[in-house]
Design a protein around this ligand. Structure first.
Ligand code: ADP
Ligand code: ZN
Length: 730
């Protein structure tokens, strides 16, 4: 018997399958989709079995498969095929597709068992004999264990009972067994029974939404529901129906910050039938959750992007909440979008895919309007809550009057809400204290020596930091150029905002949510819990706080600088701004009628900001479509972004030009190639970055051309070519 093994060749991600002989000892064990160890170039490496056959036509000697890496894990038919699809849409290699799909504990580079075992003690004698023995036993500790064993069959071995257990073993009364245990268990989570979520009865709109979904067939639905319209209740209801029919559900949220609240809601509703899967888990925890899914022990998976690849069987529904989120797109190679994977799996499992959002991606709303997706709308907030009232503040006037950070209106509103013991959320999409440090005598600006970016001052660590490469420098009091005491701290970050709030409202309790305060494991969840329990009055945060969070006591939302995302050099900056501002605004007054939002801007006449103020998604959609048509951007065409990078600027320029030329020669006449240009951040970590952009509508040979270029540069040590198909950022 022979097997075709897919391995990582030469440390490059070029696919190669090699034929190996299956030794007799492994003949009955080896299956397609299994990970095995094979000899290659005088060492042993791991690979996947892709094919098993009885014959081999070559006339040379074959090496034997050395061993099986993971006995109890096989990539199933669906995942084997999904890997090929992933390769096709991202141009990655098949081996990196499979490795991307697996948690790090199961990737080919790993080969130890992540299972956690615990030792239990069980009786090693007949019950009657043990009873007899107990009659005369004087030692209390031994008695205790034996009595427990008569009741429970097994007792966990712990530090405290080790010596007693040893004695009992030596007497032949008990023996040890090892058993795999899961690191996360519903029973240990201590969800207070009294808190078990009551199922609200659905509103008419929610009911209609649920009824519109056909659970018996593949179709993608766009659930467009305003913030607070009760989308989650619709999801849960659909999931309940799916589970009743004996199938399973895959539920994705965009960020770990959201999973905390969502997981709690799911656990309360569905208890132990839930597995969770997100990057906030340790490798061991992920491994365990993956096992639960693989073994079919759960009916629901709740997770972030990578959960879309979990081996859940009999999927009856796939839901992506907040579908507009950029986190559904992986920003490292392979640059896949979980929405595409969801649709593929929906088709494979013949089940519905639900994309939910209050601010759907332009592209997905277009799909719905064209009839490719079925549109379902939730137009009203649940109960008496109304959409929040939004006011604009022109910051030009405020700066003149010395209120450049918090406007007079916002200050007054915050004070009102504090007096009423209501909560406030403030968005500022920049972390740190000051975003630029300059010298007012000589004009010196602190920049990262390795990146094309200014350094951000962080007050909490008294240092200047690069947000791209992590370069850190201690703050100094004098300018390194002219040695004057004339450094200015300009630009505003979350730290400075927090500081300003403490000055203005000394008695308020402020909590800050950004990468700096939430990087420790569990920090997200505990900050969110504390804010829910009203241990804080004001939450300051980056876009991390914009989506999905549901805090009933928040009645005021302030957007400190609405213009920040408008200035991103990207065709989607308007869409991103609309989405971000509307989502944050949607956090206000979700259970009450007095929700209010204050948007601070230097561009009060900007159309995107106007549409946000009017809660007018469809107006925004029309406006944006018009812009996209005039400028020829998606959905009027497709985009591919190619990033060419390397240490040597001249070489990067030269190769970018030759890539451009090659494309121009080989693509169809209608396809447009732009560039090569320096990327918007021209250097990161001493690596220069150039860009070529492709816009096309239909081009049958394009992917072949790209594949050719990709293969060619895969073996180039000095130039890295990174191809992003349908990028969310260019
Ligand atoms: P969305 O995701 O659409 O922004 P949520 O699903 O978070 O909205 O719902 C907003 C709030 O309304 C939540 O607190 C939820 O518990 C509550 N809710 C949803 N549906 C109902 C209902 N039918 N009856 C009462 N409360 C509901
Ligand atoms: Zn840097």
């Amino acid at each position: 018997m022979y097997a075709q093994i897919l391995i990582e060749y030469n440390n490059k991600t070029i696919d190669k399958t090699f034929t190996y002989l299956i030794p007799k000892t492994l003949k009955d064990k080896i299956k397609v989709g299994m990970q095995v160890r094979v000899p290659f170039n005088k060492r042993l490496i791991n690979g996947f079995v892709l094919k098993i056959s009885d014959t081999f036509l070559g006339d040379y000697d074959l090496k034997k498969i050395d061993s099986i890496v993971l006995e109890n894990f096989v990539l199933n038919e669906e995942l084997l095929r999904l890997g090929k699809y992933l390769k096709q849409i991202t141009l990655c290699s098949l081996i990196s597709a499979y490795n991307t799909m697996l948690p790090s504990s199961l990737k080919t580079s790993k080969n130890h068992d992540y299972s956690k075992y615990q030792t239990y003690i069980i009786l090693d004698k007949d019950i009657s004999l043990v009873r007899e023995y107990l009659k005369t036993l004087k030692y209390l500790k031994q008695r205790e264990i034996l009595e427990k064993l008569l009741e429970n069959n097994e007792v966990l071995k712990t530090k405290d009972n080790t010596s007693t257990v040893k004695t009992l073993i030596s007497k032949g009364l008990v023996k040890e067994i090892k058993r795999q245990v899961y690191r996360i268990n519903y029973d240990d989570l201590n969800y207070d029974d009294l808190n078990i979520e009551k199922r609200p009865s659905l509103t008419e709109e929610q009911n209609k939404a649920v009824e519109e979904v056909n659970l018996k067939g593949y179709k993608t639905y766009l659930l467009y529901g305003v913030t607070g319209s009760g989308k989650t209740e619709v999801y849960m209801n659909l999931i309940e129906r799916v589970i009743k029919s004996g199938k399973r559900a895959l539920f994705l949220v965009p960020e770990i910050s959201l999973t905390a609240q969502m997981i709690e809601r799911f656990y309360k509703r569905f208890s132990s039938s839930v597995a969770i899967f997100h990057s906030g888990l340790s490798n061991g925890e992920k491994y365990d959750e993956y096992q639960k899914i693989y073994r079919g022990e759960v009916s629901i998976v709740v997770g972030t992007r990578s959960a879309i690849f979990t081996p859940l069987k009999d999927i009856g529904i796939i839901i992506l909440d907040e579908e507009h989120s950029s986190t559904y797109k992986q920003d490292t190679t392979p640059k896949y979008n979980a929405i595409d994977i969801a649709k593929w799996r929906g088709r494979y499992n013949n089940c519905p895919v639900i994309l939910g959002s209050a601010t759907p991606l332009i592209i997905d709303m277009t799909m719905a309007r064209m009839g490719w997706y079925q549109l379902i709308s939730l137009t009203k907030r649940v109960g008496n809550a109304k959409l929040p009232f939004i006011r604009l503040v022109n910051m030009q006037d405020e700066v003149r009057n010395g209120h450049g950070i918090i406007s007079r209106l916002l200050e007054r509103k915050i004070q009102e809400r504090l007096n009423n013991h209501e909560q406030i959320m403030l968005l500022l999409n920049r972390r740190g204290y000051s975003t630029t440090v300059t010298c007012s005598s000589c004009g010196f600006v602190y920049k990262c020596p390795y990146c094309d970016i200014t350094l951000t001052y962080h007050d909490s660590s008294n240092s200047l930091r690069c947000h791209y490469c992590g370069y850190t420098k201690l703050k100094s009091d004098i300018c390194p150029e002219c040695h004057n005491h004339s450094l200015n701290y300009m630009g505003l970050g979350t730290e400075k905002l927090e500081y300003e709030l403490k000055k203005l409202f000394p008695r308020s309790r402020v909590i800050r949510m950004d990468v700096d305060t939430t990087s420790k494991k569990g920090a997200y969840a505990s900050l969110i819990r504390e804010f829910t329990e009203a241990k804080y009055d004001i939450m300051v945060g980056t876009q991390m706080i914009s989506k999905g969070l549901d805090f009933p006591k928040v009645t005021l939302v302030g957007i400190i600088n609405a213009d920040m995302s408008l200035n991103i050099p990207d065709y989607r900056s308007g869409e991103i701004t609309y989405e971000l501002l509307s989502q944050v605004a949607g956090r206000a007054g979700r259970k009450t009628s007095n929700g209010e939002v204050v948007i601070q801007t230097f561009n009060p006449d900007n159309p995107y900001i106007k549409y946000v103020t009017d809660n007018n998604y469809l107006g925004f959609y029309q406006y944006e479509m018009n812009f996209r048509r005039n400028t020829f951007y998606p959905p009027y065409c497709f985009i591919i972004s190619m990033l060419i990078s390397g240490k040597d600027l001249n070489l990067v320029e030269k190769e970018s030009q030759s890539i451009f030329n090659y494309l121009n020669k080989n693509v169809s006449l209608k396809t447009k190639i732009y560039g090569p240009n320096a990327a918007s951040i021209g250097k990161i970590n001493n690596i220069y970055r150039y860009q070529v952009i492709i816009k096309y509508q239909k081009d049958e040979n394009l992917f072949k051309t790209l594949q050719y270029l990709d293969n060619m540069y895969a073996s180039n040590r000095n130039i890295n070519l990174d191809i992003d198909i349908n990028p969310l950022k260019i």
